[in-house]
Write a protein that binds this ligand. Structure first.
Ligand code: PLP
Length: 398
């Protein structure tokens, strides 16, 4: 089945009991047991609910995994997955992970005796070099947020297998439509379904999928034990969003590509990060392991003052934390998604004060470009004493 069909028919697309065209919201916390000796499929809704199960089966099917799990948020999914590790374990983590993941790892997990080493995972050798006898896992996000560095998932998974490590991939940016990490050797895929999968900026949710059943049992034990499950109303909203995932991403990705090319030629922009651009160092790997470049791009306007002027002048995009929605979203990583990261750390990772992230929505691309043009054309002049890394210098790190 092709993805477009699978997204609608991969798992049961109607209620098996009544034939209703969408899975009902089973607003129930507990389930009557007709026979104490023969417990029913569901007993208590933290442990399982038919609405949540439908979403969990759908995401497992789309990612090509054995078991799916729905959590209260992307961070709930991420923190629950990290509970697979124990005190004394070490995890190698891609350095430009989502800001909330960075905060969880450095401020919460560190107190539990689980240590992490951040590496530039786009350099496979750095991943290998960071592995110690205590290492139990590798945690990746590709393309990374917000500088869109690409990690070779198959190469890192091969290294992981040599050392018996779990490979965990946050696949929020590309979704299973464009990239299926389990097929490339990963063991667990995570999503903030708040983004493209939900797709309408109206629900906060997280998903995880394990490649095999045994790991699925372990994660189920944690999901049920910690209890960070997604409520049934939100499960329904995520399923509703999921049905149009392909159609939305087709349009948004095309728009993102158009905007990225246009921005590259604009004199007010010092750098554009998008894996679909010819100069992107990860473009080749991206095209091998993913079938699209996605709807997110970042660009640098040189300074905080200029970024602020841009945000003040644009009229179409909403200025907000988040991405992956029907409306175009502009965000300011330095003060939003990566505010939790110390300033020096941010700068070192290319998350400069002039960096702006754009997640393309479903508006007409030409209207978005016209809006960006009027805003960019009015930016205050660039003050050159704030040195901006040239394309060449910055790419050497990638
Ligand atoms: C938003 C996001 C998260 C966190 O998800 P929430 O649903 O906000 O908890 C994790 N990873 C990535 C890549 C994200 O964009």
């Amino acid at each position: 089945m092709n993805f477009a069909t699978k997204v609608l028919h991969g798992t049961s697309c109607f209620d098996p009991v009544t034939g209703a065209s969408s899975v009902p919201i089973y607003q129930a916390s507990t389930f009557h047991q007709a026979d104490l000796d023969r417990p029913g499929t569901f007993d208590y809704a933290r442990s399982g609910n038919p609405t949540r199960q439908a979403l969990e089966e759908a995401i497992a099917c789309l990612e090509g995994g054995e078991r799916g799990f729905a959590f209260a948020s992307g961070m709930a999914a991420i923190s629950s997955v990290f509970m697979l590790f124990s005190a004394g374990d070490h995890v190698v983590v891609a350095e430009d992970v989502y800001g909330g993941t960075f905060r969880f790892l450095t401020r919460v997990l560190s107190r539990m005796g689980i240590t992490v080493t951040f590496v530039d995972a786009s350099r496979t050798e750095e991943v290998r070099a960071a592995i110690t006898p205590a290492t139990k896992g590798i945690y990746l996000e590709t393309p990374s947020n917000p500088t869109l560095k690409v990690t070779d998932l198959a190469a890192v998974s091969r290294i992981a297998k040599e050392h018996g490590l779990l490979v965990i991939v946050d696949n929020t940016f590309l979704t299973p439509y464009y990239q299926r990490p389990l097929e490339l050797g990963a063991d667990i895929v995570i999503h903030s379904a708040t983004k493209f999968i939900g797709g309408h900026s109206d629900v906060v949710a997280g998903l995880a999928v394990t490649r095999d059943a045994a790991l699925g049992e372990q994660l189920y034990f944690i999901q049920n034990g910690m209890g960070a499950i997604l409520g049934v109303q939100d499960c329904w909203l995520v399923m509703r969003g999921l049905k149009t995932l392909k159609a939305r991403l087709d349009v948004s990705t095309q728009t993102a590509g158009k905007i990225a090319h246009w921005l590259s030629a604009h004199p007010a922009v010092t750098r554009v990060y998008y894996t679909g651009l010819a100069g992107h160092p990860g473009r080749h790997i991206q095209e091998v392991q993913a079938s699209g470049h996605g709807a997110v791009l970042s660009f640098d306007v040189g300074s905080r003052e200029r970024a602020k002027a841009l945000f003040d002048r644009v009229k179409l995009p909403i200025v907000a934390v988040s991405l992956g929605a029907v409306e175009t979203i502009l965000s300011y990583p330095a003060a939003m998604s990566h505010a939790a990261m110390p300033a020096a750390e941010r700068q070192a990772r290319g998350i400069t004060d002039g960096l702006v992230r754009l997640s393309a929505g479903l508006e007409e691309a030409d209207d978005l470009i016209a809006d960006l043009q009027q805003a960019l054309d009015q930016l205050p002049p660039l003050e050159h004493e704030h040195a901006i890394p040239t394309t060449k210098e910055a790419f050497t790190r990638a």
